[in-house]
Design a binder for this molecule. Sequence first.
Ligand code: ADP
Ligand code: MG
Length: 375
Amino acid sequence: MASVTFEHVKKVYDNKVEVVHDFNLEIKDKEFIVFVGPSGCAKSTTMRMVAGLEDITDGIIKINDRVVNDVEPKDRDIAMVFQNYALYPHITVYENLAFSLRLRKMKNEEVHKKVCEAAEILGITEYLGRKPKALSGGQRQRVAIGRAIVRDPQVFLMDEPLSNLDAKLRNQMRSEIILLRKRVNTTFIYVTHDQTEAMTLGDRIVVMKDGWIMQVGTPQEVFDTPHNLFVAGFIGSPQMNFLKAKLEKEGSTYSVSLLGVKIPLNADQNDALAKKGIGSQDITLGVRPEHTTALFDNQSNSIECTILVNEMMGSELHLHLKTKNDDNIILRLPTIDLTKEQRAQLTYGNKMYITFQAKVMHLFDPKTEKNLIYG
Ligand SMILES: Nc1ncnc2c1ncn2[C@@H]1O[C@H](COP(=O)(O)OP(=O)(O)O)[C@@H](O)[C@H]1O
Ligand SMILES: [Mg+2]
């Protein structure tokens, strides 16, 4: 049982630079939380403060109701897995797993039981007699995770544990971590710069930038209702398209105008904007590549574009388009329903038309970069 709470936590390193600013977060017992953001946004620093590997400059961190600011790392009942597995090279996998238990003077039978259990969970039983150098990268990473599991920690911390693995193994280990989580059933804090990992693993994800929390929410919430331009651009691949547009209010209804077309908003959007007292204004319109509607001929309310690049991904195409105003737009188009004629049309320099449904449009204030409805 362990919740982890951050209250107004700050971190200033010796060079006087503040890298974590007023960090507030409540992680619930048994929750899987992911810190995600670009390199340097202070994910590791924040996690290391939970582990006790970095001092907390200001504010408090609690594990359950206990303030741990001044508690030694070994007394915090947490286990951490790093990107570089840091196994002891000269002893067997078995002894690597047993190491921390022997330090705790645990009885041999109990050590044996725990090591075998962990090995079984991770599928490394047959390698227990080997030394780390006789293992593949993925197997070594499993041993590193096993070393954390045997300790039955209250909180499991993982800092980019899959970053050193190749793409295929990374995908496989990602689903193994989902299974592992079900079997270990404890509180996890997981750090990654990879938005796919964050989306697939997290119960909730904490999107960070420059030591600030940009948004906390379930993967679906963060994807559906990004609170600001940063989150909108960071979550989702390829990245959301951003276009200059105008929000126009006429009576009690709103529409979005861009590139000579005018798209009425839906009832929910109208209500939300009206409630916030928003009038006509310039906006940055955000639409995801998979939500952009492709048209093969010019229809009413369609935007003319020119095809720049057609990337064939197998099940879909990524079309890179340019508007008359030189905006770049990426479109994801499933290939399965395309006719031969349509495929032939999708080449460099040809015209393509696009439009947007109201419900896929995200409206941002260009100055504050906040979502007009959810920000
Ligand atoms: N020991 C340190 N001394 C000074 N600055 C540091 C130290 N460790 C990290 N930083 C700085 O703190 C910021 C956050 O780093 P880090 O937590 O490692 O980010 P992330 O894990 O998100 O890539 C970076 O600007 C980094 O340069
Ligand atoms: Mg890091």
